[in-house]
Design a protein around this ligand. Structure first.
Ligand SMILES: *Cc1c(COP(=O)(O)O)cnc(C)c1O
Length: 349
């Protein structure tokens, strides 16, 4: 049989009309890459986006020493580029690396890698109100060695992709009472690749049952809410913003942290405390105002329309006056320079 061979033509892609692209599908024109070898960081460079060559024996391909971050750059009202909460993302990256026994990336290297990359690809930051540049710093173990061990060699890279509104419709979620995303003493508080691979199967089952995502519960009792898909779970019950406290099985979300601060700034009561499935059901049964949403960099706020607990579906409040939409707007105003950045979250380049 005759085979047709497609010839790839490399051309400069331009940054216009990225809206029609699915999220995360197309990288910007450049990337950052640095190597860790012989105990040293070296060969740091911003280069055209390119594929990698590595040994099939590279440790990351076998034993999961991979860590990533997810952050965003925004276009401000005056046209400047703003990288949001770099410092907090850096600190979390270091925590994740240490949990996976990977070497620290010096702060200076992390910050300048991101700054330099965003500078060369700044035209890729959408100017639409719902647009931003998603930035993905990550690190992988590259030593070629099949024996189970901690790698001696790594690559630290940063890639970017334009991003727009993430979920179009409010989500229908299911309280997960069998599978777990993370357990006490595990790696749930680290942004490491394995956590996500392990979540695909239960999430796929939930999709087959007609849900968009699972609402994860604690691995021991399955009574306490932990996270919503790959986002932090937040609730607003009768005007109080409630989210589970940070623990070994909950990721310390930058969006979660920002929303808690903004709520407090605006006189909204906040509580970081365990919230059980029973408490939720009682709140619904008592006819309380219950808002539920996922909070994360990619979606910012993903409103939840309904929560299935065991076999019963409960509807959440989605009205235009919902607290979650006010929180989202306050955050947006800071990121775009429409409101003062009193917490020093913006990093303008
Ligand atoms: C990244 C992530 C979040 C959200 O963190 P942000 O810093 O707000 O993006 C929440 N949960 C999990 C499991 C995550 O991986």
């Amino acid at each position: 049989m005759e085979q047709t061979i497609e010839i790839r033509v490399q051309k400069n892609r331009n940054a216009t009309d990225t809206r029609s692209l699915p999220f995360g599908k197309v990288p910007t024109e450049h990337m950052f890459i640095a190597e860790y070898k012989n105990g040293q960081w070296q060969n740091a460079a911003v280069t055209p986006f390119h594929d990698l060559t590595m040994s099939p024996m590279a440790l990351c391909l076998h034993y999961g020493q991979t860590v990533f971050e997810g952050m965003k750059a925004f276009r401000m009202k005056d046209g400047q580029a703003n990288i949001f909460r770099m410092q907090k993302h850096y600190e979390r990256f270091i925590k994740s690396l240490r949990r996976m026994v990977m070497p620290d990336v010096p702060q200076e290297l992390f910050m300048s890698a991101i700054q330099e990359l965003v500078k060369v690809d700044r035209d890729w930051i959408p100017s639409d109100a719902d647009g931003s540049l998603y930035i993905r710093p990550f690190m992988i173990a590259t030593e070629g060695r099949i024996g189970v061990k901690v790698s001696d060699e790594y690559l630290f890279m940063v890639i970017c992709t334009p991003a727009y509104q993430y979920y179009s419709n409010p989500l229908k979620v299911k309280v997960e009472t069998h599978f777990s995303r993370a357990a006490d003493g595990g790696t749930g508080a680290a942004k490491c690749g394995g956590n996500y691979g392990g979540a695909f199967y239960p999430t796929g089952l939930a999709r087959e049952q007609g849900f968009d995502q699972v609402l994860w519960t604690d691995a021991k009792t399955h009574h306490l809410i932990e996270e919503s898909g790959t986002m932090n779970a937040m609730f607003c019950i009768d005007g109080t913003l409630i989210t589970p406290p940070l623990s070994g099985s909950i990721l310390d979300g930058v969006t979660r942290d920002s929303l808690l601060a903004l709520a407090a700034d605006n006189g909204i009561k906040t509580e970081q405390r365990p919230i059980s499935v029973d408490e939720l059901m009682e709140a619904f049964a008592a006819g309380k105002w219950v808002e539920a949403f996922g909070a994360g960099t990619a979606a910012v706020i993903a409103p939840i329309a309904g929560i299935a607990v065991y076999d019963k579906m409960y509807d959440c409040y989605l009205g235009e006056d919902a607290v979650m939409y006010r929180l989202k707007n306050w955050l947006y105003d800071i990121r775009t320079g429409a409101a003062p950045d009193k917490h020093n979250w913006n990093h303008i380049i």
